[in-house]
Design a protein around this ligand. Structure first.
Ligand code: SF4
Ligand code: SF4
Length: 372
């Protein structure tokens, strides 16, 4: 079916009326970030983003598109796996007993408004990590349980996107309750497809018309055009073997000269999942809390075991990040750890580009110069 852009207001309203905290793209601090949407008007109407290695700029579009941009610095990871949470607290009773209270997860259910295909792949990867193994992460599972997803097919990929190379986009194929394709040729409208019963119930509250062949063809053309506009490309079919063969490649020294080991790439990455925990106690030993916060393979402490860090150099830390993400992630979880969203390229302060680093290593196997 088809809706007009004004119906996005009704869609946000219908979700809020059902008790969802609707989170979606909005303009703040010079970027398109994910925050609460109180109205459809909060969407970044008429904005686009210009992205490249180490740069991100908002620019005005010459139309009223609601989804005419790629992904920003935020990802849905912050909502399902928050940067810092208390896991539990314990109190000592007067008779010496210990009472442990797990932190409740009792906020409203979340509606993700405007999730892209690469992001749904990233959520599926984190689902595998947090709830798909032998040990289930209780906090993640509770936050994830009732998420409603309004997905969006991309028609304006960013300068650092390469989802086509990773087989993760731009067309949404799973993991949604509703999916929108914004159509800007002719009448401004959105193709709306339903992926679940919950989605179908919401659609009943909207003013829709049946999609005709022209709408379906226009949607196909929009996604096809996005496929042809990827800002980056990465040959991904043999990365596990390529990187395993090149653990002592001189390119690791080259990237270490540029890398600040700031960890930005891991924080913006929608699949990175490392965390650390710390305990805090009061002076009397009567109350203790355990907190979990995001960590990164770029911090020295992250690899600190029995007296020292096993990855003390920038070279070893960048190599760990990239070979895990693109190589050994396959051994551990059966997929790549990269969905081609481009965030680590855009938000790296010195513009280190994972696609360029892979290409440089590959080129030497093909007889090129790694530092070129
Ligand atoms: S690659 Fe870039 S973002 Fe990542 S740690 Fe190095 S300098 Fe920071
Ligand atoms: S490694 Fe970079 S491009 Fe790949 S998913 Fe993470 S942030 Fe996105």
């Amino acid at each position: 079916m088809v809706i007009l852009p004004t119906q996005l207001e009704a869609l946000v309203g219908a979700l809020r009326d059902r008790g969802y905290l609707v989170v979606g793209p909005t303009v703040r601090d010079g970027a398109i970030v994910y925050d609460e949407l109180e109205r459809g008007e909060d969407l970044p109407t008429g904005w686009t983003d210009s992205q490249d290695g180490g740069t991100y700029r908002l620019e005005r579009r010459d139309d009223e598109a609601r989804f005419g941009y790629a992904v920003g610095p935020h990802s849905w990871k912050s909502l399902l796996f928050p940067p810092r949470i208390r896991l539990w607290q314990a109190r000592r009773g007067e008779n010496g007993s210990l009472e442990v209270e797990e932190e409740p997860v009792d906020g409203p259910p979340l509606a993700f408004f405007g999730a892209r295909s690469c992001e749904l792949h990233a959520i599926a990867i984190q689902d595998r990590i947090f709830v798909g193994g032998r040990v289930v992460d209780r906090d993640y599972a509770l936050r994830r349980e009732n998420v409603f997803v309004v997905a969006v097919n991309c028609f304006e990929p960013g300068g650092t996107c390469f989802c086509v190379s990773m087989g993760t986009g731009p067309k949404v194929e799973f993991g949604y309750d509703l999916v929108l394709t914004e159509l800007l040729d002719g009448e401004h409208r959105l193709l709306l497809e339903v992926g679940s019963e919950k989605g179908a119930e919401i659609v009943e509250e909207l003013s829709t018309r049946v999609a005709d062949q022209g709408d379906l063809d226009a949607a196909e053309r929009a996604v096809d055009a996005a496929r042809g506009k990827m800002g980056r490309h990465m040959e991904a079919s043999d990365l596990h073997e390529l990187l395993a063969r090149n653990l002592e490649h001189p390119r690791w020294d080259d990237v270490a000269e540029r890398c600040l080991t700031c960890g930005n790439c891991t924080l913006v990455c929608p699949t990175c999942f490392c965390s650390s925990v710390e305990e805090v106690t009061d002076l009397e030993g009567a109350h203790a809390e355990r907190w979990r916060e995001w960590d990164s393979c770029f911090t020295i402490d992250h690899s600190h075991i029995h007296g020292g860090a096993v990855r003390p150099s920038g070279r070893s830390r960048y190599r760990q990040w990239m070979t895990h993400k693109l190589g050994t992630w396959h051994d551990q979880f059966g997929t790549s750890g990269c969905v081609g969203c481009g965030r680590c390229i855009t938000w790296c302060p010195v513009a280190i580009d994972i696609t360029e680093e892979v290409a440089a290593i590959r080129s030497t196997e093909e007889g090129g110069d790694a530092r070129a």
